[in-house]
Design a protein around this ligand. Structure first.
Ligand code: PLP
Ligand code: COI
Length: 353
C-alpha cells in the first residue's frame, strides 16, 4: 500500500505524563483513506491532525453507519514500542464492518496503516508506568444522499491519544450499577459489533448511574433482563467460589480482546474458567452468601479494573470489602507485564515495532 505523508509543520508540545487522563489530547497526525466501489480503498495518507469536513447528507450523520476499534501502543523500558494483539482488533473491525454493511479492509493493509501511523507518532507514546498511546481506528459511511441503503463511500481514519487511566479511580475499585430498565443490545442486533450506535443508546442509563455516583452500568440481556452481559466499556468477570465466571458470547456482547486474553492467562495457570450464562439472581445470591469473592472488568481502555460495589434494585453490595482482590491484582500485573514488556510473553501476543 502506498501511504502519502504530509508533515505537520506546527507540531504541538507533548503533555506531561501525569496530566493525560483518557482521550483528551491528540497527536500531530492522523491516518486517512477513502473507499468507493470504483477504486476500492485508495488515497491512503498520513496528514496533519485536522477536522473532517462532511456533506450534510453524509450517511453517518443520519443513519449512524460507524464502527471503531481501540488498541494501545506501549513503551518498553528499552525505549521500543509494541502493540498488543493488533490483528485481533483488525479482525473484529472487519466483523463490525460486515454487520454495518461497511467495506472490509484487507488485514495486511490495515496492519500496515496502523504500524506506519504508530511509527510516525512514536514520540507521542508516553514513558510513565500506566500510560500508553491509545489508537482509535474508525470507519464511517459518507454517501452524499438520504436514501437508506448499504454504504458505497466510506472513510477510514486512525487517530491517537496519549492516555493514562480510563477511570478517575485508576486501579482502585469502581462502583457499577446493574441496569434493569434500558437495554444495550439484543441477539441479532449489533451488540457484538463495535459500532457507535451501541454507545449512543447506552448514554441514558450511564447518565442515571452517574447521578447516583456510579461509574458505569452493568447491562442485562435485552430479552429476559435476567442474564449479566457486560459493562459500558468493558467485559466482566466474577470469582464465585473457586470458579471464574464470565458471560458467554451470545451475540449481544462485545467479544473483548482483553477478555479473551484474561481467559487464556487464567486457563494456562490452571484456574477454572466458565464462559456461561450468569443470571443476576445467581450473582445476587453469591453476593448475599459471600461466595462472590472478586469482580472485575476488562477492556483495552479499562485494562483490568476491580469492581468494589454493585448496585441492583437499590440494594448495594460491597465486593471484597471494596478493595482490589488478589486474583484481580494478579491478572492486572500479568497482563500489563506483557503489554509493557516488563515480563516475557509466552503467548505470542506482542507485536514489536
Ligand atoms: N465491551 C465494550 C462495550 C467495550 O466498549 C469494550 C472496549 O473495547 C470492551 C467490552 C472490551 O474490549 P477490548 O478488550 O477488546 O478492548
Ligand atoms: C476501549 O477499551 O478501547 C474502548 O473502546 C472503550 C471505550 C468506549 C472508551
Amino acid at each position: 500500500m502506498n501511504i502519502r505523508f504530509e508533515k505537520n509543520t506546527a507540531p504541538k508540545e507533548k503533555p506531561q505524563d501525569n496530566t493525560l487522563g483518557f482521550g483528551k489530547i491528540f497527536t500531530d497526525h492522523m491516518f486517512m483513506m477513502n473507499y468507493d466501489p470504483e477504486n476500492g480503498w485508495h488515497d491512503a495518507r498520513i496528514v496533519p491532525f485536522q477536522n473532517i469536513s462532511l456533506h450534510p447528507a453524509a450517511t453517518v450523520l443520519h443513519y449512524g453507519s460507524e464502527i471503531f476499534e481501540g488498541l494501545k501502543a506501549y513503551r518498553r523500558a528499552d525505549g521500543g514500542i509494541q502493540l498488543f494483539r493488533p490483528l485481533e482488533n483488525i479482525r473484529r473491525m472487519n466483523n463490525s464492518a460486515e454487520r454495518l454493511c461497511l467495506p472490509q479492509i484487507p488485514e495486511k493493509d490495515a496492519l500496515e496503516a496502523l504500524t506506519t501511523f504508530v511509527r510516525t507518532e512514536a514520540e507521542w507514546t508516553p514513558h510513565s508506568e500506566g500510560t500508553s498511546l491509545y489508537l482509535r481506528p474508525f470507519m464511517f459511511g459518507n454517501d452524499e444522499s438520504l436514501g437508506v441503503h448499504t454504504v458505497h463511500h466510506a472513510l477510514f481514519v486512525i487517530i491517537a491519544s496519549p492516555v493514562g487511566s480510563y477511570y478517575a479511580e485508576g486501579i482502585n475499585p469502581v462502583r457499577i450499577m446493574i441496569e434493569d430498565e434500558d437495554v444495550r443490545a439484543v441477539r441479532g442486533g449489533t451488540g457484538y459489533a463495535k459500532c457507535g450506535g451501541n454507545y449512543a443508546a447506552s448514554n441514558r442509563a450511564g447518565e442515571r448511574a452517574a447521578q447516583k455516583g456510579y461509574s458505569q452500568v452493568l447491562w442485562l440481556d435485552g430479552v429476559e433482563r435476567k442474564y449479566i452481559e457486560e459493562v459500558g466499556a468493558m467485559n466482566v468477570m466474577f470469582l464465585i467460589g473457586d470458579e471464574v465466571v464470565t458471560p458467554k458470547l451470545t451475540g449481544s456482547i462485545l467479544p473483548g480482546i482483553t477478555r479473551k486474553s484474561c481467559i487464556e492467562i487464567l486457563q494456562k495457570e490452571g484456574y477454572k474458567v466458565s464462559e456461561r450464562l450468569l443470571s443476576v439472581e445467581e450473582l445476587s445470591n453469591a453476593m448475599k452468601d459471600g461466595t462472590l469473592k472478586e469482580a472485575w472488568g476488562c477492556g483495552t481502555a479499562a485494562v483490568v479494573s476491580p469492581i468494589g460495589e454493585l448496585l441492583y434494585k437499590d440494594q448495594k453490595y460491597i465486593v471484597n470489602g471494596g478493595k482490589i482482590g488478589k486474583l484481580t491484582q494478579h491478572l492486572y500485573d500479568t497482563l500489563t507485564g506483557i503489554q509493557w514488556g516488563k515480563t516475557a510473553d509466552p503467548y505470542g501476543w506482542i507485536y514489536k515495532l
